[in-house]
Design a protein around this ligand. Structure first.
Ligand code: ADP
Ligand code: MG
Length: 252
């Protein structure tokens, strides 16, 4: 069995390309390294889960990939943009192409489900001329919330809120969706439902998903799983070919 290398990888350009990425928190004496020489690629359309114990650096890595923290050293290319040393403007441009789903749904409780979703469209110039209410309605219907469109976020259940958060992240057809433990606050049935929903929408829209999860019950939904320990990607997970994806199955 041959080893998978970067170069055997598909001709398709990776959506996420991480190379020798290190990250540190704090300054001087208190400076502490939390990510060590991280390397991996994620290709268009892949659904990749990131697992690992608490404190292993998953959220930090996700925040770097999402342009929510500045990359300090190494190389991090997201949607064709180098994030190390990127200008604010570049970072903003990348962020607009990413849908974020967090553990806490982060909805605005004083807005309705539809208004929460609509707000995400308002950040994109190309939607301003379109029927944003209609688009918000359609995606909320897709996530099974057509009867809750005008409910305030506060009055929805945990699972429903997380569905609104998914609708909000996906309504603008992002090329990349980043999710940090989106099922953590949900019971196992709703947890699986929302992740299956993300999977279905991602496949329909052709977007790529990188999702942090502790939830063993949903691991089968991933095309590939990468695992973090003590700030390092461990095992051969960084380019494991756990699927029969033709893009990556060219080794024997
Ligand atoms: P995980 O998401 O896997 O639980 P994190 O990325 O949140 O891990 O944290 C990785 C390490 O970085 C931990 O040791 C944590 O204490 C530390 N850390 C996270 N955020 C900060 C911060 N803002 N300042 C200093 N240290 C941090
Ligand atoms: Mg975390």
């Amino acid at each position: 069995m041959s080893q998978t290398t970067f170069n055997q990888a598909p001709t398709m350009k990776p959506v996420i390309s991480v190379c020798h990425l290190n990250h540190y928190f704090g300054q001087g004496e208190l400076r502490k390294q939390v990510l060590f020489d991280i390397n991996f690629n994620i290709y268009p359309g892949e659904i990749v889960f990131m697992t690992g114990p608490s404190g292993s650096g998953k959220t930090t890595l996700l925040a770097l990939v999402g342009g929510l923290r500045s990359a300090q050293s190494g190389s991090l290319t997201i949607l064709g943009h180098q994030m190390c040393g990127a200008s604010k403007r570049d970072v903003m441009q990348v962020r607009r192409q990413i849908g974020y789903i967090f553990q806490a749904h982060n909805l605005l409780t004083f807005l309705t489900a539809k208004q929460n979703v609509r707000m995400s469209l308002e950040l994109h110039n190309q939607y301003l001329e379109q029927d944003m209410d209609g688009l918000a309605f359609d995606i909320l219907k897709t996530v099974g919330l057509s009867s809750r469109i005008d409910y305030y976020a506060d009055s929805l259940s945990g699972g429903q809120k997380q569905r609104v958060a998914i609708a909000r992240a996906l309504v603008s057809n992002p090329k990349l969706v980043l999710a940090d433990e989106p099922t953590a606050a949900l019971d196992s049935k709703s947890g699986r439902d929302v992740v299956e929903l993300m999977q279905r929408l991602a496949k329909e829209q052709g977007c790529t998903i990188l999702m942090v999860t502790h939830d063993n019950r949903i691991l089968d939904i991933a095309d590939r799983i990468i695992h973090m320990e003590d700030g390092r990607l461990v095992g051969n997970a960084n380019l494991a070919t756990t699927t029969s994806d033709p893009k990556t199955s060219n080794e024997t």
